[in-house]
Design a protein around this ligand. Structure first.
Ligand SMILES: Cc1cc2nc3c(=O)[nH]c(=O)nc-3n(C[C@H](O)[C@H](O)[C@H](O)COP(=O)(O)OP(=O)(O)OC[C@H]3O[C@@H](n4cnc5c(N)ncnc54)[C@H](O)[C@@H]3O)c2cc1C
Length: 664
């Protein structure tokens, strides 16, 4: 099929995408139709246009048929616009003399009527042909990249990403909002399925972070502003006062000893309220940095000004205690950002049927992690809130997961950590342990084997969702116990299991401030609040904002191996970006025709990227092409139509609309 029309020489390529498109759209008919349109000199169909032979077809046609415009009708530009621009470029044509038509997501995947879907594909192709005729060659700008990286969140994912980058010679700023790094993993005693000691594998990594010459660690810190763009972000960070000078403190902890509080009286956040701490404290023995922090909410000096300040005395000549310390603002420039802000455990109070907060011996799994931890509030002994040692323990899976009333998603780690806790609780107490599960999910290396190990250890498995936990005894056996009522779905029988301790295996939910963080970094969240990856399979650590990557459980519930794997991948992506040395900016930016600008300034405050400034001397607005993201807000708002946008010029858009609406 070959034709021609004046100076325009357009090639049209229609993809079958296997049967994704071809099952609903008559691909051959679309190509044949395209061949009849003005300016089209070649129209071809191919099974997979994105494959090497498909791209080669385009390249060859450009060379041999002297094409000066190309249209590809296939899948979403998000997936393959770059691929086809590359093929066009290889053929020697400017990559912006190209238009992509999405006849998969916009057509074959959303329609069933074969004929109508084919007609729609023809209309979309017709519109693209009319539009591409008006495309102008454009050039991507190259901007140098700042080689430093910011990692936000010092859990295992953030730590691993920071160390990977630092070991590769990049300078990393690791910002953590708590007084210590370590995240949730630092609270665990052992980790599934290997049951290796969490502190033994995490502490060396934490101390490496502190010692690494390429890592600047800022704890008790918050990112407050992010400006700029890929390769050149400017980030403001507020460092909250620790009231201990980190440069002078040697970590001897004598100030804690010296505090006027001789007993720890304040509820300890790190131990989830199960223990007490002093107003001057260190979160846990292996905390990094190994520097105490003063809590102004409970310190007598901050509250009344009438403390003897014995902590200062205890510090002696080092003078590290600084009660006058103020928040400090840091400003840094980085080329890439990795967000590793993790998750929070589901709030068990939202499922009142299980009695959390009502019955003292109902615990959440994170609380039990602290209870069995050697550095926890009871030194690893499992003593209930009422002082007893449990003889029977019930563990309820999926609390706040796989539940229409709370969260629909599977939290991925709860089955496995419930098995881990069953093993550890049995080991520490010798109690009978009952697991109440919906389905046992153990999909990971050595996970299924771990489940079988637990069966062999004599842990009771009851398949069914617990309806309620009460202290209402119906028999003598149940007196003084918590009773778990549940239908055992394997034997179709309602059971009442009396226990001394209930453990709620709470799910993983997004951080409370995930939506604020998303806005701050200008990335997207799923409806549930997890940070959204650019593509679930092909770009799982990228976001829709170039230069910002995600790692660990901030993206979705994840175990430690997967968090570490993803962190390594995010670090590698950041490194690829940095080592390239420059970024190419998309040329779809807005521009101002200076002579026509009335200087009304309407556009200036509207720009979400602060890319527009007003030149007072010339009385016109000016757009910084590097900051402009091509969102088009200013173009739409300009009262005089002075602002235009590359690739979205009015005539191109009108021609496209007319192309869709034309009858043939
Ligand atoms: C009870 C329980 C037991 C578990 N046991 C296991 C196990 O045995 N084995 C296993 O593989 N997995 C286990 N998991 C899962 C494990 O906790 C996660 O896989 C892991 O913690 C994810 O690490 P992360 O770094 O992504 O997130 P996190 O551990 O949540 O760390 C995130 C860090 O980011 C910081 N942060 C958050 N927001 C900000 C911000 N805006 N600015 C700065 N810093 C911020 C947080 O303070 C925190 O330090 C368990 C989970 C639970 C609930």
């Amino acid at each position: 099929m070959e034709a021609g029309n004046g100076h325009l020489r357009i090639g049209v390529y229609v993809c079958h995408c296997g049967t994704n498109i071809a099952a609903t759209v008559d691909v051959r008919a679309v190509a044949e139709y395209a061949a009849t349109l003005p300016g089209v000199v070649a129209a071809r169909e191919y099974k997979y246009m994105c494959s090497d032979p498909g791209q080669e077809l385009i390249r060859q046609d450009i060379e041999e048929l002297k094409l000066n415009r190309v249209v590809v009708a296939s899948c979403s530009p998000l997936l393959h616009e770059g691929t086809f621009r590359g093929a066009v470029s290889k053929g020697g044509l400017n990559p912006f003399c190209f238009q992509m038509v999405n006849i998969r997501e916009h057509d074959s995947w959303v329609h069933q009527d074969h004929q109508k879907a084919t007609e729609k594909a023809m209309a979309l192709v017709r519109a693209a042909i009319r539009r591409v005729a008006l495309h102008k060659p454009l050039v991507k700008k190259r901007v140098p990249i700042n080689p430093n990286v910011l990692v936000v969140g010092g859990g295992i994912a953030g730590i691993h990403a920071a160390l990977t980058l630092a070991n590769a010679g990049k300078h990393v700023y690791l910002v953590e909002r708590e007084p210590t790094i370590g995240g949730n993993m630092a609270k665990f005693d052992k980790t599934f399925p290997t049951l290796d000691c969490a502190a033994c594998i995490l502490t060396p990594k934490m101390t490496s972070v502190k010692k690494h010459p390429n890592i600047t660690l800022w704890t008790l810190s918050d990112v407050t502003q992010v400006q700029g763009y890929v390769g050149n972000f400017e980030v403001s960070i507020t460092r909250h006062p620790r009231y201990i000078n980190e440069d002078l403190c040697v970590g001897c902890l004598e100030c804690i000893e010296g505090c006027v509080y001789k007993q720890a009286k304040v509820s300890d956040e790190f131990n989830l309220g199960l223990g007490k701490r002093k107003p001057i404290y260190i979160s846990f023995p292996q905390a990094v940095p190994q520097i105490p922090v003063i809590d102004p909410e409970t310190c007598i000096d901050f509250k009344s000004g009438r403390c003897k300040k014995t902590c200062i005395e205890a510090c002696g000549d080092r003078h590290a205690v600084d009660l006058k310390q103020q928040p400090k603002l840091e400003s840094i420039k980085v080329g890439a950002i990795i967000l590793a802000t993790g998750y929070q455990p589901f709030d068990a109070r939202k499922v009142p049927d299980y009695g959390y907060g009502v019955y003292p011996n109902v615990y959440t799994a994170p609380e039990v992690e602290r209870l069995i931890n050697a550095s926890g509030p009871t030194g690893g002994e499992v003593i209930l809130r009422d002082g007893r040692k449990p003889q029977a323990i019930g563990i309820i899976h999926c609390v706040g997961s796989r539940d229409e009333n709370t969260n629909k998603w599977c939290s991925r780690v709860c089955c496995m950590y419930s098995l881990k806790l069953a093993h550890l609780l049995k080991e520490r107490t010798g109690a009978e342990v009952y697991q109440f599960y919906i389905d046992m999910r153990a999909p990971g290396k050595a996970y299924e084997e771990f489940y079988h190990q637990l069966l062999a250890e004599g842990v009771h498995m009851i398949r069914g969702r617990v309806a309620e936990v009460t202290d209402w005894a119906m028999t003598k056996d149940e007196e003084g116990k918590l009773v778990m009522r549940c239908e055992d779905t394997l034997i179709s029988f309602v059971r009442r299991v009396p226990v001394d301790m209930v453990v709620l295996s709470v799910g993983l939910v997004p951080q409370e401030d995930a939506k604020d963080v998303r806005r701050l970094f200008n990335i997207s969240c799923s409806t549930e609040g997890w940070f959204l990856e650019r593509h679930p399979k092909l770009a799982p650590v990228n976001t829709f904002t170039d230069g910002i990557f995600i790692a660990g459980a901030c993206q979705a519930p994840k175990d430690i191996p997967d968090s570490v794997g993803q962190a390594g991948s995010a670090a590698a992506e950041a490194m690829v970006l940095i080592d390239t040395g420059y970024v190419e900016m998309e040329p779809n930016t807005a521009y101002i025709v200076e002579e026509e600008c009335s200087g009304c300034k309407t556009c200036v405050p509207l720009c979400p990227y602060s890319a527009i400034s007003f030149l007072a001397d010339k009385k016109v607005a000016q757009i910084n092409e590097v900051l402009c993201k091509g969102c088009g807000t200013c173009v739409a708002a300009c009262p005089s139509g002075t602002i235009k946008q590359n690739l979205f010029e009015d005539d191109q858009i009108f021609e496209e609309i007319q192309g869709v609406l034309a009858n043939a």
